[in-house]
Design a binder for this molecule. Structure first.
Ligand code: PMP
Length: 387
């Protein structure tokens, strides 16, 4: 049996999600923009799905811009805010130093085009450095992008403090909540956040669908021009995907507090067991509040690659934040930003649990991980002798 502990990468779609998608595809294949009866029925199905997604996120249905996922939503938030606020002389974009690689790549691209960009550092626990944020928030800042929870470490960002600081400085706040939604009782209404990105496939929904929540009254221009999504996102809607997203939201809404407790119990059990059984295990982000499904570990001085290979052979699928390139493993930008050395930043292993993870999976995983890694972690063992 393979134990899948990579739910932060993606999650398996629930049966109710697959069923909702198949049903909508069969019954409502008409274009929701068509004025004939089948088109209007499809439009109605979309409105109903939109209402359920909004209910789960705690926002108004009209605040949702439904699109292809969090990468698109992130681009829409940043490019839209920069365009909208340039006239006020607010041309600078702030983002934390530990954002998702897609946003980090957008930052490098925009900087090359001459956009002023500031990466705000995090502290050793992985939380945003609020003093650095305060110092960076000048009158030229259009937007701060800050993730709700980090995809590699699970560390939660200080959103309330960021809201207060951005408000005082007149900057918009964009939260990439892709890894927070479904892992906390978060609600958009009353949060003070201006723009929020989320993705269905991290919630046992389908890939290729997500949303940008745009606070009512915010003047955000379109990313893709056209009539759909209140002129903010052109293109025929992915109705089956949207129906799947809604079904996933329903499933999470039904038992969220209970599920969060269950995930925390299983994650903590994995963490404690590995710390007990193996020498040289370091928990990354342990000093900060974390979402309950994520455990980021470093095993002594080991690089992630050989560890992941051994784990997969032993039947446990996990992942690393380190990127592989032709030149070898690159250190994780998240761990580097937390002050880890390049060698240690190549060693982060992320175990992430989800709705389909059971107690039996965790017990199997603990035994397999200990068996696979103990030989590498003996005080005298080297990777070569143990491999
Ligand atoms: N932001 C974060 C924090 C993520 O974890 C991910 C998914 N890895 C994304 C954005 C991108 O989401 P999508 O796959 O929906 O484009």
């Amino acid at each position: 049996m393979t134990v899948y502990l990579d739910h932060n990468a993606t999650t398996p779609p629930l049966p109710a999600v697959l069923q909702a998608m198949a049903q909508v595809q069969a019954e409502h294949w008409a274009n929701p923009s068509s004025t004939h009866v089948p088109g209007q029925a499809a439009r109605q199905a979309m409105a109903q799905a939109r209402a359920r997604i909004a209910a789960f996120l705690g926002c108004k249905p009209a605040e949702l811009v439904l699109g292809s996922g969090a990468t698109e939503a992130n681009h829409h938030a940043v490019l839209g805010a920069l365009q909208s606020r340039a006239g006020e002389g607010r041309r600078r974009w702030l983002l934390s130093a530990v954002e998702h690689p897609g946003l980090m790549a957008l930052a490098a691209h925009l900087q090359q085009q001459g956009v002023p960009v500031t990466r705000v550092p995090v502290d050793g626990t992985g939380r945003l450095d609020l003093a650095a944020l305060r110092a960076a928030l000048g009158p030229d800042v259009a937007l701060l992008s800050l993730m709700g929870a980090n995809n590699e470490t699970g560390v939660c960002m200080p959103l309330a403090e960021a809201v207060a600081l951005c408000d005082a400085a007149g900057a918009w706040l964009h939260v990439d909540a892709t890894q927070l939604i479904g892992k906390s009782p978060f609600r958009f209404a009353g949060s003070g956040i201006d723009l929020l990105s989320a993705s269905a496939h991290k919630l046992n929904g389908p890939k290729g669908v997500g949303t940008l929540v745009v606070r009512q009254g915010l003047a955000l221009p379109a990313l893709l021009h056209g009539r759909q999504e209140r002129q903010r996102r052109g293109g025929t809607e992915n109705l089956a995907g949207i129906a799947g997203f809604a079904a996933a939201c329903d499933a999470h809404a039904a038992d969220l507090p209970h599920e969060l407790e269950r995930l925390a119990r299983l994650r903590d059990r994995l963490e404690v067991a590995l710390l007990d059984a193996l020498p040289g295990v370091h928990v990354v982000g342990r000093a900060a509040p974390r979402v309950p499904n994520t455990l980021c570990l470093r095993f002594a001085e080991l690089d992630a690659d050989p560890v992941l290979t051994r784990l997969e052979r032993a039947g446990v699928v996990a992942s690393s934040g380190a990127a592989c390139s032709a030149g070898g493993t690159q250190p994780s930008h998240v761990l580097l930003a937390m002050g880890e050395s390049p060698a240690h930043a190549r060693g982060g292993i992320r175990f992430s649990l989800g709705r389909t993870t059971t107690e039996a999976h965790i017990d199997t995983a603990i035994a397999a991980i200990v068996r696979a890694l103990a030989p590498l972690l003996e005080p005298t063992a080297s990777l070569e002798s143990a491999a």
